[in-house]
Design a protein around this ligand. Structure first.
Ligand code: 13P
Length: 393
């Protein structure tokens, strides 16, 4: 295949000649200082749409409801309330979540598992249409999960690049407009340079392929909560990981205005002797974000990672106490769903109460996105931590 340089991507003119006039004499000099000419965003088929989608998702007071659990993980959620892991039960649970009246006020996007993207409500309405009617953008988990990374320190890598372009094109046809790829880095396992590089490169290749097919990539390098390390150690690791992620995103010509970053918050390891306050977590997290993440990225959509519902909301609220260059918001699964499952218990007569529980959490996080949340009056259930050692998604 012949390759040609894209004129739009060359931003500097190396040398420039000009004539300098001084009275009647004139001389011509060569300047070696480059002259900046423009900053075009590299034109791709979907660029404008990607930027618009990312902006819609990163809209004030809204965040993402993540319900993209693989069938195995969905089974664990259902087992926690005594239900079997059948397609009918998964459909009933997701129907409860997605048909919650008023959800679109607080939720701008929802990440689905492939089964849900192609599924309908029991009345036959496609879930993607249920979402669109509420101005919620449908998204899709596209990674194929974690497997051991040979040659590393017992670490893992994320599969799913094979066939990703054709799968993404199909997901777009079905109505998805953004994608998610979650890879993890473990602090107690090193992390090794190999694992960090593999995580960053995989995210960047996925992001480029997603954008090529009209899907805004959610770039999710999760630094696991596992470990007894202090918050300063998480900060060091996050600096390293985010630097490599953005380096490879740039190498792959990913349009930064058309991605969303989904990081974990910078906290101490879950087994560290001291807990950190929301203010300390916000300070450390924002420090690394400002050092490593370009303001061109429209949204930082945090994962909850095993924090309790209230913790995740308080930490987000603390991050929004002063203006940020980005929309700093949430893309929670566990921290939006825990109270819902408890309220539902798999009983049709509890659906309304469960939907109310979802709205309470969604509204709390919406307020936290705006920096206006208070935990006064929160239920004890919402304060229970959900950390699971070696958690898989
Ligand atoms: P949690 O908020 O449960 O950590 O989920 C993260 C995630 O990647 C969901 O899409």
């Amino acid at each position: 295949m012949a390759c040609k340089l894209n004129a739009a991507s060359s931003q500097w003119i190396g040398q420039q000649s000009f004539t300098q006039r001084n009275g009647s004499s004139s001389s011509t000099r060569l300047l070696s200082t480059p002259r900046r000419v423009s900053f075009p965003i590299q034109a791709k088929a979907y660029t404008d749409e990607l930027i618009q989608t990312a902006k819609t998702i990163a809209s004030p007071g809204r965040g993402i409801l993540a319900i993209d659990e693989s069938n195995a993980t969905a089974g664990k959620r259902l087992a926690s309330i005594g239900l079997d892991n059948t397609e009918v039960n998964r459909q009933a649970y997701r129907q409860l979540l997605l048909t919650t009246p008023g959800l679109g006020e607080y939720i701008s996007g929802s990440i689905l598992f492939e089964e849900t993207l192609y599924q309908s409500t029991t009345d036959g309405k496609k879930f993607v249409d249920v979402l669109r009617e509420q101005n919620i953008v449908p998204g899709i988990k596209v990674d194929k999960g974690l497997v051991p990374l040979p040659g590393s320190n017992n670490e893992s890598w994320c599969q799913g690049l094979d066939g990703l372009a054709s799968r993404s094109a199909e997901y777009y046809k079905q109505g998805a407009r953004f994608a998610k790829w979650r890879t993890v880095v473990s602090v107690p396992c090193g992390p090794s340079a190999l694992a960090v590089k593999e995580a960053a490169w995989g995210l960047a290749r996925y992001a480029a392929i997603s954008q090529d097919n009209g899907l805004v990539p959610i770039v999710e390098p999760e630094i696991l909560l596992d470990g007894d390390h202090p918050i300063e150690r998480t900060l060091e690791v996050a600096e390293k990981v985010w630097a490599e992620v953005f380096y490879y995103l740039a190498e792959n010509n990913v349009v930064f205005e058309g991605i969303l970053l989904k990081p974990s918050m910078v906290t101490p390891g879950a087994e560290h002797k001291e807990k950190a306050s929301p203010e300390a977590i916000a300070k450390h997290t924002l420090t690394v974000l400002k050092r490593r993440v370009p303001p061109a990225v429209p949204g930082i959509m945090f994962l909850s990672g095993g924090q309790s519902e209230v913790e995740a909301t308080l930490n987000l609220n603390a991050m929004n106490q002063s203006p940020n260059p980005w929309h700093v918001s949430f893309s929670y699964a566990r921290a939006l769903q825990n109270s819902v499952l408890k309220a539902w218990q798999g009983r049709p007569e509890n659906v309304e109460a469960a939907q109310q529980a979802l709205l309470i959490r969604a509204k709390a996080n919406s307020l936290a996105q705006l920096g206006r949340y208070s935990a006064d009056g929160e239920a004890d259930e919402a304060k229970k931590g959900m950390f699971v050692k070696g958690y898989t998604y």
